[in-house]
Ligand binder design. Structure first.
Ligand SMILES: C[S@@+](CC[C@H](N)C(=O)[O-])C[C@H]1O[C@@H](n2cnc3c(N)ncnc32)[C@H](O)[C@@H]1O
Length: 245
């Protein structure tokens, strides 16, 4: 618990929420390869790609990985968030929020930010960050324990959603995107960021990754229209911007 409080406090400093800044390096001192994924589990997905297992592994190691000091350099959270445009008055859902790396950076910018995750440990972690937020931001954040096949959004609840380093964890992705679309307003923006293939030094092994072309196909089948693809701005990840049809 003391370690959790330490991480939560370090997190608020890292995200600049105390002073309302973005892109500050994390204050925690762990350095692990970014976004390590856990061992594969048996899967019913038709493809040969192993699906990483959410929720396994040592929690403190996962937190240290997601919040690693160097992540701000390759993840460029300020640039990523700018892709969502003006968020004043809007509700944003961060799907697979984890520690809230993006969630809490969005809180000062949006009306409401929902940190969605299926792992209760991350829900507890985000809630421990919430109680330390400056008072004016506290009510803008809500954590939501969801199901692997359903983000548990109310109909048309979100104006925007992001799925960062989480897409590969989702098993039946077309059905998942359809459920997500139900929770988004017509024309709402969906931002997906995940790791490029090619055995890069950051990210999971190639066999866990979902190819960009596959994501494009699934988005179309899931009720979204791809509006922008960017393979260059981030060294290790592709960016896809889509709109709910
Ligand atoms: C690698 S972490 C990424 C966390 C965060 N988006 C980030 O970039 O720091 C993946 C997260 O997705 C969550 N997750 C896995 N499957 C999920 C699903 N079907 N729905 C929502 N969250 C899921 C895991 O519990 C984990 O917190």
């Amino acid at each position: 618990m003391i370690r959790l409080i330490y991480f939560a406090t370090a997190f608020i400093i890292a995200t600049g929420l105390g002073a309302c800044r973005n892109d500050s390096p994390s204050a925690n001192s762990h350095q692990t390869p970014g976004m390590a994924r856990e061992a594969p589990r048996p899967t019913t997905v038709a493809s040969e790609r192993p699906v990483p297992k959410a929720g396994a592994g040592n929690f403190e190691n996962l937190v240290a990985d997601y919040e690693s000091k160097d992540r701000v350099i390759w993840q460029k959270p300020g640039m990523v968030i700018a892709l969502l445009g003006d968020l004043k008055g809007k509700t944003v859902a961060d799907i697979g929020a984890g520690t809230g790396y993006f969630t809490f950076r969005l809180v000062p910018l949006a009306d409401k930010v929902i940190g969605v995750d299926i792992d209760p440990r991350f829900i507890t972690f985000m809630d421990s960050v919430k109680v330390r937020l400056p008072a004016q931001y506290r009510d803008r954040f809500e954590s939501r324990l969801a199901k692997p096949e359903d983000p548990m959004l109310a109909p048309e609840e979100a104006d925007a959603a992001l799925i960062v380093n989480t897409y590969g964890y989702i098993e039946n992705r077309v059905q998942y995107l359809q459920a997500l679309a139900q929770g988004m307003k017509s024309g709402a923006t969906l931002l997906i960021i995940d790791f490029k293939k090619n055995n890069l030094p950051i990210g999971p092994p190639d066999e866990y990754k979902v190819a960009l072309s596959q994501v494009e196909k699934e988005l179309s089948a899931g009720g979204f229209e791809v509006v922008q693809i960017d393979k260059e701005s981030l060294d290790y990840q592709y960016i896809i911007l889509a709109k709910k049809k």
